[in-house]
Design a protein around this ligand. Structure first.
Ligand code: SAM
Length: 461
């Protein structure tokens, strides 16, 4: 590492549980790049009606050689392949995520009963690593609200949520204090807070130059503000998971002290296996990069001792799709009876029946960027399908589809129009698939193929 670690940071870590200055500096100098991915359990290629997780391992350009011990679908890769040139990456069959942060799965499983229908808020969610992980853990009748305050980052979050293909996620673009309208609503709130970023120094040398004690203080104050703003939305006995990728005590242990002493939360312990190398520190858990295979990370679980009970306000009657529209849309889903069709924008959306009331409520209070499955618009009794429908795990598996080889798949993902495909008599709206996984739509016309891959998502290189 050409830029050396800030002395003030090193000094501030002295005496912390597990801090070994020599090993810490050495691991930063080693410049080891660790790459890890998390597979989407709901979205592996389909054979004989069965999703198989092995398919993505087999077909992707990477060889998965080591499991991440604290995450059921997390794997280390021996090297970093070009994810951009892997069609399965664009199809949402896996997410590239730093290994330490996947500990969120263990933290949730140890503190929350995930077999129950839960309302979960991921407050600082873009680009979507923790949200896609949370979605894979919670039950299908649970609701995940995935929020990002910065508008441009909320667009990236929306894209990644659509690629993940689940129906039980609502993407919002709100300030933390907007959630005060939902007092006592959530069973779980995850705050993966904006921080000074020292945990990622190995990946981002520029961050070292930008680091300062002053910025740590500013981050710490902002973290308290964010937490104070959102805590009213957590219900009594609800679980707060707080995490950062900073090593600084002011952003980690001191925030936990403040949550316990000033906000009346209590710390909840996780059981750790010794071989994981994770270190307990003031009720939180530290990931030192010289002790684990991953980057610097801090996470803590807390419980809210008391809170108000949420009651649904009276809501205005809400428009639904007409019976005729619902009939058209039903043909596009595997279990249409599980959904209600709502015109949330000019487009129609499929929302799981058990989440309709919550989606209506959230729509009336927050800036919703996405919800359920965006189906499309109906014109003359025919659906003009949305890209999100193609990527949904709930799409009807028997819709017409064309299999693309890798080169054709990349042409499709670059939004090229001159695709040369074997059409076998197919015409009209058709799914483009790679390894039997949907990439998006094309419209097959007598003399040409129109590529409907979203322009803003296309591969540029
Ligand atoms: N959880 C994300 C993931 O796993 O992909 C990473 C989140 S990142 C550490 C922190 C996020 O907080 C950023 O997306 C940032 O835009 C957002 N943020 C910045 N300032 C914020 C604020 N004042 N309130 C809430 N979120 C904020």
């Amino acid at each position: 590492m050409s830029t050396s670690l800030p002395i003030a940071l090193l000094n501030s870590l002295e005496g912390l549980n597990g801090f070994d200055k020599e090993a810490f500096v050495a691991v930063h100098e080693k410049q080891e790049a660790i790459t890890s991915v998390r597979l989407n359990p709901a979205k592996q290629s389909m054979d004989n009606g069965q999703w198989s997780i092995n398919d993505v391992i087999h077909h992707s350009p990477f060889i998965i050689h080591e499991k991440i011990p604290w995450c059921s679908n997390g794997y280390y890769l021996p090297e970093r392949p070009s994810f951009t040139l892997d069609p399965l990456f664009h199809a949402g069959t896996y997410y590239v995520q730093e290994a330490s942060s996947m500990f969120l799965e263990e933290a949730i499983r140890q503190t929350v009963d995930v077999s129950k229908p839960l309302k979960v808020l991921d407050l600082c969610a873009a680009p979507g690593g923790k949200s896609t992980l949370l979605q894979s853990i919670i039950s299908p009748d649970s609701l995940l609200v995935s929020n990002e305050v910065i508008q441009s980052r909320a667009s990236v979050l929306r894209e990644n949520i659509i690629k993940w293909g689940a129906a039980n996620v609502v993407v919002t673009n709100n300030d933390p204090k907007d959630f005060q309208q939902l007092q006592g609503f959530f069973d779980v709130i995850v705050v993966d807070a904006p921080c000074s970023g020292s945990g990622l120094f190995r990946r981002d040398e520029e961050a070292i130059a930008e680091w300062s004690e002053n910025n740590v203080q500013l981050c710490s104050q902002r973290q308290q503000r964010i937490l104070a703003d959102v805590l009213p939305a957590l219900k009594e006995d609800g679980v707060l998971i707080y995490s950062t990728c900073s090593f600084s005590v002011d952003e980690d242990e001191k925030i936990i002290d403040w949550l316990i002493n000033d906000c009346h939360l209590s710390s909840v312990n996780c059981q750790l296996k010794e071989e994981w190398g994770i270190v307990e520190s003031n009720g939180g858990y530290r990931f030192w990069p010289d002790k684990i295979k991953g980057e610097g990370f801090f996470i803590a679980c807390l419980k809210k001792k008391e809170g108000v009970e949420f009651s649904y306000p009276r809501m205005r009657a809400f428009n639904k799709a007409t019976k005729q529209e619902a009939e058209v849309l039903s043909k596009y889903l595997d279990n249409p009876q599980r959904f209600e069709f709502l015109p949330l924008t000019d487009n129609l959306f499929a929302v799981p029946v058990e989440l309709v009331q919550d989606v209506r409520l959230l729509k009336s209070l927050l800036r919703i960027r996405y919800a359920g499955i965006e189906m499309g618009v109906i014109n003359k009794n025919e659906l003009i399908p949305e890209h999100a429908l193609a990527l949904s795990v709930h799409i009807n598996q028997s819709l017409p589809a064309v299999q693309l080889n890798k080169e054709q798949a990349l042409q499709y993902l670059r939004k090229q129009d001159n695709l040369q495909l074997e059409l076998n008599g197919l015409k009209g709206w058709c799914l483009m698939q790679y390894e039997k996984v949907n990439l998006g739509w094309a419209k097959l016309l007598p003399n040409r193929i129109n590529n409907y891959y979203p322009k803003e998502w296309r591969i540029l290189k």
